[in-house]
Design a protein around this ligand. Structure first.
Ligand code: HEM
Length: 514
């Protein structure tokens, strides 16, 4: 952390113990805290108590390492003949902490699934996330500000928006992270990497605010638009970041029970328009979107319409337990006139459009949920290793080790299952995926979010009050414990997905008897 090449002996540091000159040592770096004492969020007295001393242990018991980067200007040099021991991660770095990375990224472990292009992509997107996305994400998460247009433009230029939709023709010829991967080569493992790396910002509200509406909504346009040039226009607008799009299915009347939707679309007498009336609730990104991919009731069934924001469309923010950065909204459609050309798929057969979207959405959520859980494990391992209580490190208590063992096992098991399912996705056409994988993906998502529930619970117990505090050392634990439920509800509640998995397994049950 030392920003200056000056060196001091420990004796010299010991002479600076007054309000006129107050120094201390943290990890071999010498800090001049004279002008900082008044401003220290932890108060003045604690700094006076360590004046002239080595405060390394006290510091790491109370602060995250990143505090030192933020206040690097207080460093005046280092202790003669000593070197800083604590690792300061640089953007893009892999974590050396055990279980902090999936096995395929840990030295000594092999995986049959990942090729060079996956490794290149992982490096590039991690660097992007650490360097650019995380600082904005952390700020938006706490202030509730929506993602900036600059960030959207940046992601568009790097093809990150395109990659969010998974493999497909929309990636052909697109520059993906300056050539990290060719669009034709992009498979579901690349997709998994993008999802997992982006969720490392540890900002669950912002994570959805980061174009989740587009991720789950634009696929319906790409797969079901009836006119190619219209499809291209919408896709270009959204991929370029000029227009924002979200998926508007859920209503106060119907959540996981899609068939219960009540928003109606009636055709005008001349057959050129639909008139849409109804409401939508909990719609991610709704407050700032231009297009709404909307589930509506049309006479004999459900249909899906792309509704542009305009006369009769109103959105208002819904306060949820995660950040307003997600743009979660309530939408009202009052006599909204929508051209029939905006129909996606066939009239009255919209359930097919809606359901075909679900698998990818649920799988993406499983990717994110496991990755965030993993970072929580890393946080807990670091904390248990550095926290001193009752005269020992937390990790020296068997009860803490047992909690960690359970958390690690859950994460590793789910990541392995995720990779197995992903491998199947890579080897099945989209139609077969819907047939064979809807059940397993439902069970996988359920497993990941049940695990998240256990992990959040144990993590807070390990962290105590810090796990309930939005700033400071346990901020990620607090965020996770407050928001892990979003993955357990959005995209299909755990119970509904578990049920789907078992029902699908029973559909072609053999005549097998005990
Ligand atoms: C370079 C030196 C230091 C800097 C830049 C610094 C900065 C900060 C900051 C930013 C916070 C707010 C909480 C957070 O963001 O983590 C904080 C809290 C605190 N600091 Fe420091 N600090 C330094 C050294 C120390 C030392 C040596 C001690 C104790 C011996 C100390 C004791 C505390 C305490 C008790 C809190 C409140 C912790 C809590 O609320 O959980 N600080 N410090």
């Amino acid at each position: 952390m030392a920003s200056s090449s000056k060196t001091f002996t420990r004796e010299e540091v010991r002479e600076h113990t007054t309000d006129d000159s107050l120094w201390c040592i943290i990890d071999s770096t010498v800090y001049d805290l004279t002008d900082f004492v008044d401003a220290h969020p932890g108060g003045e007295s604690v700094l006076r108590q360590v004046a002239g001393q080595d405060a390394t242990t006290a510091f790491y018991n109370l602060h995250r390492h990143e505090v030192l980067s933020k206040y690097a200007s207080l460093a005046i040099g280092s202790v003669q003949g000593e070197q800083a021991q604590v690792i300061t991660p640089l953007p893009g770095d892999l974590s050396p902490v055990p279980y902090a990375e999936p096995l395929w990224l840990s030295s000594h472990f092999k995986s049959p699934y990942y090729k060079d292009s996956h490794r290149r992509l992982q490096k590039a997107i991690r660097h992007f996330t650490d360097r650019y996305l995380t600082p904005e994400a952390q700020e938006c998460e706490s202030t509730g500000r929506h993602i900036s247009q600059e960030m959207i433009d940046h992601m568009s230029r790097l093809g990150i928006l395109h990659m969010r939709l998974g493999p497909g023709k929309h990636l052909h010829g697109v520059n993906l992270l300056d050539g990290a991967v060719d669009g034709q080569e992009f498979d579901y493992f690349h997709d998994l990497i993008v999802s997992q790396e982006l969720s490392r910002t540890m900002t669950r509200g912002f994570q959805d605010g980061n174009m989740a509406g587009m991720t789950i909504g634009l696929t319906a346009v790409l797969n079901f638009a009836r006119d190619q040039s219209w499809k291209k226009k919408i896709a270009d607008e959204v991929f370029s970041g000029r227009k924002k799009l979200c998926l508007a299915i859920t209503e106060a009347f119907a959540g996981s029970d899609v068939a219960g939707l009540r928003t109606t679309a009636e055709k005008t007498a001349d057959g050129k328009h639909y008139i849409v009336n109804g409401t939508k609730k909990w719609i991610t990104n709704a407050t700032w979107c231009d297009y709404f991919v909307t589930g509506v009731r049309t006479g004999k069934g459900l249909s899906v319409l792309l509704i542009p924001r305009g006369e009769g469309v109103e959105t208002k923010a819904i306060k949820t337990s995660y950040s307003p950065a997600a743009g979660t909204g309530y939408i009202t459609f009052d006599n909204v006139k929508v051209p029939v050309e905006n129909l996606l798929g066939e009239e009255n057969k919209g359930i097919h459009v809606i359901l075909s979207n679900f698998n990818h959405e649920r799988w993406t959520m499983a990717c994110g949920s496991v990755r965030i859980s993993r970072t929580i494990v890393e946080e807990c391992l670091k904390w248990a290793n550095q926290r001193l209580v009752f005269g020992k490190r937390l990790i020296d208590q068997p009860v803490i080790r047992l909690k960690l063992a359970k958390m690690i096992s859950l994460v590793e098991a789910n990541q392995s299952w995720l990779e197995t399912v992903t491998y199947q996705m890579c080897h099945m056409p989209y139609k077969q995926q819907a047939q064979h994988l809807a059940g397993p993906i439902g069970l996988l998502k359920m497993s990941c979010t049940r695990a998240a529930h256990e992990i959040a619970d144990e993590a807070v117990q390990i962290w105590g009050g810090r796990g309930l505090t939005q700033t400071g050392m346990g901020k990620h634990i607090e965020m996770f414990n407050r928001t892990y439920k979003f993955d357990a509800i959005l995209g299909g509640a755990e119970e509904v997905l578990g049920d789907l998995g078992v029902r699908q397994a029973m559909r072609n049950f053999p005549k097998a008897m005990l």
